[in-house]
Design a protein around this ligand. Sequence first.
Ligand SMILES: NC(=O)c1ccc[n+]([C@@H]2O[C@H](COP(=O)([O-])OP(=O)(O)OC[C@H]3O[C@@H](n4cnc5c(N)ncnc54)[C@H](O)[C@@H]3O)[C@@H](O)[C@H]2O)c1
Length: 256
Amino acid sequence: MSLLAGKYGIIFGVANKRSIAWAIAQAWHQAGAKLAFTYQSDRLKDNVEELTDVFGANTLLLPCDVTHDEEIASVFQTISQKWGRLNLVLHSVAFAPREALEGRFLDTSREAFRVALDVSAYSLVAVSRAAAPLMTGGGSILAMSYYGAEKVVPHYNVMGVAKAALESATRYLAYNLGPQKVRVNCLSAGPVNTLAARGIAGFNDMFKHYEEHSPLQRNVLPEELGATGAFLASDGAAAITGQVLYVDCGYQIMGM
Ligand SMILES: NC(=O)c1ccc[n+]([C@@H]2O[C@H](COP(=O)([O-])OP(=O)(O)OC[C@H]3O[C@@H](n4cnc5c(N)ncnc54)[C@H](O)[C@@H]3O)[C@@H](O)[C@H]2O)c1
């Protein structure tokens, strides 16, 4: 079924084949969307190029460090020139300095707090603002969150605060963009073994804890995040906006 046939989408956040963004990009592609990709820095360009080659050698690849407004502007200028429109945006980007993801949240420095919130939450606002003028036919913006936004998860620390800001931003953006039929949602994923996840102290324990305590007694698979990502981008989710959807094998419902 071509749920996303005729849709144009842009993916922020592929670093390698384990990236959640890559799982969702594959699902969007299989559902018929035409995709462009951004990469954070030249260091990652080859990786992303190698992966996206399967979608055709002329897949649009654009540099974008989301802390630089001019790079965000340049991405959407290119999309405007090449496609003249856009339907789908995936924001799958987060960062906090490593020292902020171990030890006590209490010790978070002003600079670590600033960087984490800038990269992981404000960037959704900046990207949505730049994308919106191209989303004239309505569309879907999807960001990735985690349960640490809502509850204390040891070592997640400032990233939990950043995810809380991201989820709140999602609601405000959904309100602003609703009149132009652009929906904004978060997909809150259970732990997945990625580059970003390995930066969190005790990630392996977290992974094991979910297997032992989630109702489904396992961890979520990347292709399951892809399938939910495709659903949220599709017309099946046409009345869903401003939401945080948990795709975590049910872990979020547990009290103990
Ligand atoms: N892996 C998990 O367990 C998990 C669970 C829930 C939510 N998430 C979220 O999923 C998203 C993707 O993470 P992932 O786990 O796939 O890891 P990942 O390391 O594969 O992806 C993180 C991406 O963020 C990008 N990034 C970081 N700083 C950037 C910047 N300044 N400009 C542009 N891009 C930048 C990196 O290049 C990378 O592509 C993140 O928002 C993460 O918080 C991950």
